[in-house]
Design a protein around this ligand. Structure first.
Ligand SMILES: Cc1cc2nc3c(=O)[nH]c(=O)nc-3n(C[C@H](O)[C@H](O)[C@H](O)COP(=O)(O)O)c2cc1C
Length: 367
């Protein structure tokens, strides 16, 4: 049986000191222009040093890709000095620092992209209260977005990160191209499953090209996806397994499966009876490591996650208890805090969004 204490060698040869990760958590601490602040560096420094892999909250790869005010930007070299401080803060005691890169697409909040168009794969609004109808990206703009993901990876390397995670999950732009709900295009980027997968794969190829061109053999490239979607039409597990198979044949270093619960299942008859993670594990067939995430709070949750994945990532638990991983690794399980307490008002200051989500710890949520 896999133990979270075990090291893990990634496909590019980099060794992770254990199989625990901090999941990406947007904390909205960057300044209104997307520059990293000292408070943000302190936040990252306060939770690092124990896990093998620390994935940052998502950084936006172009101005109209920001989801919320307070996210960090990575679309220009002027952001590198701040990002560099963030990378140095995270890289303590051998923890690898991974910068998540993304474009929010139709999920961008109005004030986050003030003055820019809301764009997506198609012209379908997210079926959630308050979301506006986006404009479909043109062919030229699609090429530009792909190039900007590549540029973001180069900047992450220059800033000293150990790798990047391509954010293909949670309803953001890459996910929007793969989803039959948001992608109603009739050109080569939409329609069939193959066409819907073309944009995610093109972004992954571009980022891997950046690594090759920079000769950065040790640079880690991961890809995060959501295996299903709650809307109709929506991403079905069969669609996801197709994409997983394609991604697993690229030179990626891990796949990160974003779920609200590690044991989630689907009702589609051909896939019921086993957790989604087990189906993904079978499709990957050991070609690259899998990171699982979703309501991991205790040692037994971690052990359960590692039945069908190689690394267990924690989001909310690490926000609530900055020493969550240290306590687990040192066997002080009884001291772990997994529910918000009155003294956690500090999280409200770091991120009102985080506080709201953690207050409910809802069984199903979008993030
Ligand atoms: C406040 C907050 C911010 C988040 N920000 C991101 C993000 O920037 N990128 C991302 O891929 N997921 C993000 N997530 C999702 C988490 O990475 C994780 O998948 C989710 O919280 C489920 O894991 P958990 O049950 O351990 O919290 C966020 C979640 C929360 C609660």
């Amino acid at each position: 049986m896999r133990s979270f204490h075990d090291t893990l060698t990634l496909p590019n040869g980099v060794v992770l000191k254990n199989r625990l990760a901090i999941a990406p958590l947007t904390v909205c601490l960057s300044d209104p222009h997307g520059y990293v602040t000292p408070q943000e560096v302190d936040y990252y420094a306060s939770r690092t040093g124990e896990v093998g892999l620390y994935i940052t909250g998502c950084s936006y790869i172009q101005p109209n890709g920001r989801g919320w005010l307070g996210e960090e930007a990575i679309y220009d070299d002027s952001f590198i000095p701040g990002l560099s401080k963030m990378a140095s803060a995270i890289k303590r005691n051998g923890t690898k620092a991974i910068m998540q890169i993304f474009h929010a697409g139709r999920m961008a909040e109005e004030d986050a992209i003030f003055g820019y168009d809301l764009v997506s794969a198609g012209d379908v609004a997210a079926p959630l209260k308050g979301y506006r109808t986006p404009r479909p990206l043109t062919d030229a703009e699609i090429a530009e977005v792909i190039a900007n993901f590549k540029g973001a990876a180069v900047r992450a390397m220059k800033a000293g990160f150990d790798g990047v995670e391509i954010h293909g999950a949670n309803n953001y732009l890459i996910h929007q191209f793969f989803s039959p709900h948001s992608n109603n295009r009739t050109d080569c980027w939409g329609g069939s499953l193959e066409n819907r997968a073309a944009f995610p794969l093109a972004v992954a190829d571009a980022v891997l090209d950046a690594v090759r061109e920079m000769g950065a053999k040790d640079f880690i490239v991961g890809y995060r996806l959501s295996p299903r979607e709650q809307w109709t039409p929506g991403i079905a597990l069969g669609d996801t397994l197709y994409l997983v198979d394609k991604l697993a044949s690229l030179k990626l270093d891990y796949l990160h499966i974003s779920q609200s619960h590690i044991t989630s299942t689907v009702t589609e008859p051909e896939y019921c009876g086993k957790p989604i993670l087990a189906h993904i594990d079978e499709t990957v067939r050991g070609r690259l490591p899998i990171i699982s995430v979703g309501n991991i709070q205790t040692r037994s949750d971690v052990q359960q996650a590692l039945e069908h994945s190689d690394i267990a990532a924690v989001g909310g638990s690490a926000l609530i208890d900055p020493n969550w991983a240290a306590k687990l690794l040192n066997g002080h399980d009884e001291a772990i805090r997994t529910k918000l307490a009155p003294e956690d008002r500090e999280i409200l200051k770091i991120s009102p969004l985080a506080f709201k989500i953690l207050s409910s710890r809802a069984p199903e949520r979008i993030l």
